[in-house]
Design a protein around this ligand. Structure first.
Ligand code: IPD
Length: 266
């Protein structure tokens, strides 16, 4: 049997180690672009990822690893690791504090253990499936605000300009119906904020598994519901995380705003 606590300990250790790398932010970030001119990667994304990949090779040599910057390496065990060495790269680029390391262990497409390290706040979020989630060792609990009109809702946007225009249309319809919107710039931390009760909900379309796998588990284990819209699982289409008493009403509000029709470019 897979020891989920052992997987979570590996994720926590390597997320912290990568965070120590990111803390030493150099003056020259050697900026390059990826899918669009605004989708950035820096020398520090790569340095943090190298630390994590070396650690996984050492501690979990049989596992598959899918990492944001270096792609897919095969493995014969049933565990796949999703690694985002620097979630919130644009914030990091501008020296804004909202960025994190995100590492999840997934079995049969379901996140079972994970860690997200908020480097600036020195907050380590850890979760195992059915084992609860913690931040620096303290148990997490999402909010219980049931009313969308009083809900603080986090969201994020992709890098493709045409898709961002569609996301803006949805947001225009949603904004008057909720307490307010937050766009902090790190999907992993947005999901941890749901877990910690720092926002009531979060939704976004166009995420990759390394953006959301660890954070979704952390939010779920703090009592939140994390799902796609209209019966879909979380994934590239809209993923919604909310406290369970809010989920249904916010889901319907998002569908009415057109969020169910958002299909990100592949
Ligand atoms: C991005 C951040 C952002 C979200 C984007 C992600 P990256 O990840 O999580 O908040 O809105 O969808 O791609 O590019 O900083 O690793």
């Amino acid at each position: 049997m897979t020891d989920l606590r052992e997987l979570a300990a590996v994720a926590a250790e390597l997320a912290t180690a990568a965070g120590e790398v990111l803390r030493r932010r150099p003056a020259d970030l050697q900026l390059e672009s990826k899918t669009t001119a605004t989708d950035a990667v820096t020398v520090m994304d790569r340095a943090a990822e190298a630390v994590i990949l070396a650690g996984l090779r050492d501690r979990r040599p049989g596992d598959r690893v899918i990492a944001e910057e270096s792609g897919d390496s095969s493995g014969e065990s049933k565990v796949t690791w999703y690694v985002d060495p620097l979630d919130g790269t644009v914030n990091y680029l501008y020296d804004l504090p909202q960025f994190a390391v995100s590492i999840a262990a997934v079995i049969d497409d379901v996140p079972v253990a994970g860690a997200v390290y908020d480097v600036s706040r020195d907050e380590l979020y850890v979760a195992t499936s059915a084992g609860g989630s913690t931040c620096n060792g303290d148990a997490l609990r999402c909010t219980n605000q049931p009313d969308p009109a009083l809900a603080l809702v986090a969201t994020g946007f992709g890098y493709d300009a045409a898709f961002r225009a569609q996301q803006a249309d949805v947001l225009r319809a949603v904004l008057p119906l909720v307490r307010d919107i937050r766009r902090a710039g790190s999907a992993a931390l947005d999901l941890c904020s749901v877990a910690a009760g720092r926002v009531d909900a979060y939704f976004e379309a166009g995420m990759h598994p390394w953006d959301w796998a660890a954070g979704a588990l952390i939010a779920r284990e703090a009592g939140a519901r994390v799902d796609g819209l209209q019966g879909r699982p979380p994934g590239r289409r809209v993923t919604l995380a909310a406290n369970p008493s809010l989920f249904g009403a916010l889901h319907d509000l998002l569908v009415a705003a057109g969020a169910g029709d958002l299909v990100p470019p592949s």
